[in-house]
Design a binder for this molecule. Structure first.
Ligand code: AOF
Ligand code: ZN
Length: 343
């Protein structure tokens, strides 16, 4: 095979491997991974994919479909760097070596703390390794999983709905509803795309939120994020969140970085922080906010009940700088999306 033919064969097989990966579950602890085994002539010998934590990895799934010895001299094309660790399953790098695979083509390095290093093991065993094939496509496909694995925390979106002057409640504590139905529908759509929704215990006690994603008629959407409650105060036994289709996860909230690492270990890749101001302030002060979704109503409330509390900004030069990434009109309201500007 010429170099150009081989590159085209590799790319085509990687596209196929990506298609196989898509058959796996989109949520959970493990990434979606696909694998194609090619003969030295570039014919497809076997295909495999990963079906979720606890089941065979894509490479092992593909190898298992071949007669013993049939993979000798073959090329394995995998969307993710083959793992190097014994977790719920054995290391794929060793399985590929044992099967006599001569060449491994993969797209993206495995950022897993324990699982990384497969490429090196393969090279050390004399296997030819080619990383980076279709890397951009696989990066995009695995975006949330890779983010969580690299940062060891879910991607965090903090949301609030406020008056134009940034107030989230009136003097008597009432807050429903500051924004209109279009804004609320938008919140539910975005909730459904997150793996988990978080509130503080204060919000559970004050608002008793269900933390479900619902359509305009109040019916539950198919995808329900896991409810997460931060704080040490006990939840009332009749709290609506305790009737959520998923069991609520409770975390102390004193060390958000540790709590978020725990969520990442449980397979939560994206977290939607819904309230209240104490929790939003804690996330902002800790510097763990990736996106800020602010629903702004054309109304003024005045007074002290602001969306964000003390951030320790003593002088204007110390303000937390953001940049706007999106502005959307939703009925009478605005949605403004902002992202912290990291220096
Ligand atoms: C691969 N092929 O198909 C997948 C990989 O607990 P385990 O044993 O299932 O290991 C999970 C880790 O293995 C996961 O966090 C990720 O780093 C890697 N996933 N690796 O070689 C696969 N699904
Ligand atoms: Zn593996």
């Amino acid at each position: 095979m010429t170099t150009a033919t081989r590159a085209a064969t590799d790319a085509a097989a990687m596209r196929r491997a990506l298609g196989l990966a898509e058959r796996g579950p989109a949520k959970g602890v493990n990434p979606r991974v696909g694998c194609v085994i090619l003969s030295p002539d570039g014919d497809v010998l076997a295909e495999g994919w990963h079906r979720g934590a606890g089941t065979a990895h894509a490479e092992v799934d593909a190898l298992a479909k071949l007669e013993p010895g049939a993979a000798r001299g073959a090329t394995a094309v995998v969307t993710l760097e083959p793992c190097n660790h014994t977790g719920r399953t054995g290391p794929c790098a060793a399985a590929l070596v044992d099967a006599g695979i001569a060449r491994v083509v993969y797209a993206v390095d495995d950022p897993g703390r324990h699982s990384a290093g497969g490429a090196r093991t393969l090279r050390d065993a004399g296997v030819e390794v080619e990383p980076g094939v279709l890397a951009d496509e696989v990066e995009a496909f695995l975006e949330d999983w890779l983010f969580a694995a690299r940062e060891r925390r879910p991607r965090v979106t903090v949301k609030w709905a406020s008056s134009l002057d940034g107030r989230v409640a009136a003097a008597d504590g009432t807050s429903r509803w500051i924004t209109g139905e279009h804004a609320r529908a938008d919140v539910h759509r975005r909730r459904a795309t997150a793996d988990a929704i978080a509130v503080g215990t204060g919000t559970v006690l004050a608002d008793d939120p269900a933390l479900t994603a619902r359509d305009a008629d109040g019916a539950l959407l198919d995808d329900q994020p896991v409810p997460v409650v931060f704080g040490r105060r006990p939840l009332p036994p009749d709290a609506a969140v305790l009737r959520h289709p998923h069991e609520a996860v409770t975390l102390p909230g004193a060390d958000l970085a540790a709590d978020l690492e725990e969520l990442q270990r449980r397979g939560i890749r994206s977290l939607f922080v819904e309230g209240g101001p104490t929790l939003a302030t804690a996330f902002l002060a800790a510097g763990i906010v990736d996106d800020l979704l602010v629903y702004l109503a054309p109304a003024l409330v005045g007074g002290p009940r602001t969306a964000v509390g003390d951030l320790g900004v003593a002088t204007i030069a110390d303000t937390l700088r953001l940049h706007f990434t999106e502005v959307v009109r939703l009925g009478d309201d605005l949605l403004v999306v902002a992202r912290p500007s990291h220096p």
